[in-house]
Design a protein around this ligand. Structure first.
Ligand code: BG6
Length: 473
């Protein structure tokens, strides 16, 4: 049987905004997600400019990692995690985002978390910014559209790198950096369209500032902390051609290039012909300063990480009905795949295709830092949760990872499935869309004890890790 490499980083992933809670505790300021009220994905769910009376904000409590971190990390230790992906809430360290002095209580919290991880031999993998730009920066600077955020972010990095230099080795500069350009510049960039500018102009300018910020952080790490491994994180928007019609093939290529744009900038460090063509086609004129090109070239990442949940069919059709059936994004249904209850089309083989595609393009170590099945779980009276569907989903993806390593020679560093302890959904704000190995007693409107329960997948994943991916039954 094939083997995952020694030291393969098995684990789970989370994000401060969806998991930590304690949104205004110990000096933390609000992030944009703290002002994102509940509602359904399409109705009444909106970002506010301030936290208002009379609304429910699910991320305020998340699933309270802040007060359960010892218990939760013990569960991770029991499963045998080698790594735990988490983010540092910027507004816990700098409540407004632009202060010069950090909040010591915030820094202390992450010291406690990293020390707890160390007890179990768990290597933290830290996302520096996971959809949680401080609300103040959104309101006063229009978020990442303002170039000033590059300096604020850099200072945040200076502080956390120095503080945690002996505790954290693996870093991701931005979560799903490409998601800024898929119709939600606010979630990923904390910026809104402004008068006289197109959404594309604002979005791609904000993305340019994120590229600069990432490159500067990577350069700082490489110069001062050579032990660090710095990664980028691509959101899993991976396209298949809907048919072999020549126009669908071109659409498929175009849609994938729109995502690779972000890898090209962070892994290769420059705006190539595809990037320039994309900007031109969208009528975007980037404002760049002298020295920007050099910053980008000097700050390319050490590894490429990405999320993978589904594939999306790209079609040149203009029939709006055809475009509404597939994986969330306007896309036709793939007739060969089944979908989750939330419409994501499940495609393990697609993971192999894109592992190959990404490795071939960038020749950098890869890491899957999100994958998993969002499903409604039932907590039985005896405290058990039978989530065989999740085991089946994860097993098929892990099998494919193994093939990609063994048969294709892909350099895959690790795998952290999403939401290892249940947390709030980013996309819908729901609690009932669960991904974890550990069930948290909490519902969509804020009821529940926050008590934790192991699901069947807990024991299964424990075996997977103990056998280094050999025992998948
Ligand atoms: C990724 C995000 O897009 O998908 C996570 O990085 C998110 O923050 C995850 O939670 C799953 O999506 P959702 O909408 O089901 O929470």
């Amino acid at each position: 049987m094939s083997k995952f490499p020694e030291g393969f980083l098995w684990g789970g992933a989370s994000a401060a905004n969806q998991y930590e809670g304690a949104w205004n505790v110990d000096g933390k300021g609000p992030s944009i997600f703290d002002a994102f009220c509940a509602g359904s994905a399409t109705k009444n769910r909106e970002y506010h400019t301030e936290v208002k009376e009379g609304y429910y904000y699910p991320n305020h409590e998340g699933t309270d990692f802040y007060h359960h971190y010892k218990e939760d990390i013990a569960y991770m230790g029991e499963m045998g995690f080698k790594t735990f992906r988490m983010s540092i809430a910027w507004s816990r360290i700098f409540p407004k985002g632009n202060e010069s002095e950090p909040n010591e209580l915030g820094l202390q919290f992450y010291d406690n978390v990293f020390d707890e991880c160390a007890k179990y031999g768990i290597e933290p993998l830290v996302t520096i910014l996971h959809y949680e730009t401080p609300l103040y920066l959104a309101n006063h600077y229009n978020g990442w559209y303002s170039r000033e955020l590059v300096d604020f972010y850099y200072h945040f990095c200076e502080v956390i790198f120095e503080r945690y230099k002996n505790k954290v080795k693996y870093w991701l500069t931005f979560n799903e950096i490409n998601c800024i350009a898929i119709g939600n510049p606010y979630m990923a960039g904390a910026c809104r369209a402004i008068d006289g500018k197109t959404v594309d102009q604002v979005t791609y300018q904000a993305a340019h500032h994120q590229f600069l910020a990432s490159a500067k952080a990577v350069k700082l790490a490489h110069d001062k902390y050579p032990q660090f491994k710095m990664g980028m994180m691509l959101g899993g928007l991976f396209f298949y051609p809907h048919t072999c019609h020549p126009k669908d093939m071109l659409e498929f290529q175009k849609m994938n290039y729109q995502q690779f744009y972000f890898c090209d900038l962070q892994c290769r460090g420059y705006y190539n012909n595809h990037a320039k063509a994309l900007l031109k086609s969208k009528g975007v004129e980037l404002v760049m300063e002298d020295g920007d090109e050099e910053i980008l070239r000097n700050g390319t990442v050490d590894f490429l990480s990405f999320s993978y949940y589904m594939t999306i069919n790209a079609s040149a059709t203009t029939n709006p009905e055809l475009k509404l059936a597939g994986s969330g994004i306007a896309s036709p249904k793939n007739p060969y795949l089944t979908a989750t209850d939330w419409g994501m089309e499940i495609n393990p083989e697609g993971l192999r295709y894109f592992l190959n595609e990404l490795y071939d393009r960038y020749q950098l170590p890869l890491m899957i830092v999100e994958n998993g099945l969002g499903a409604v779980d039932v907590l039985e009276e005896d405290g058990s949760v039978h989530d065989q569907y999740r085991i089946d989903y994860l097993r098929e993806h892990i099998k494919v990872m193994k093939q990609a390593i063994e048969e294709d020679g892909i350099d895959l560093m690790g795998y952290t499935s999403w939401g290892c302890i249940d947390c709030i959904s980013a996309g819908t704000g729901e609690m009932k869309k669960r991904y974890g190995y550990v069930y948290v007693d909490r519902d969509d409107v804020g009821n529940g004890t926050m008590k934790r329960y192991k699901k069947d997948s807990f024991n299964w994943y424990q075996k997977v890790i103990a056998s280094n991916g050999e025992d998948l039954d």
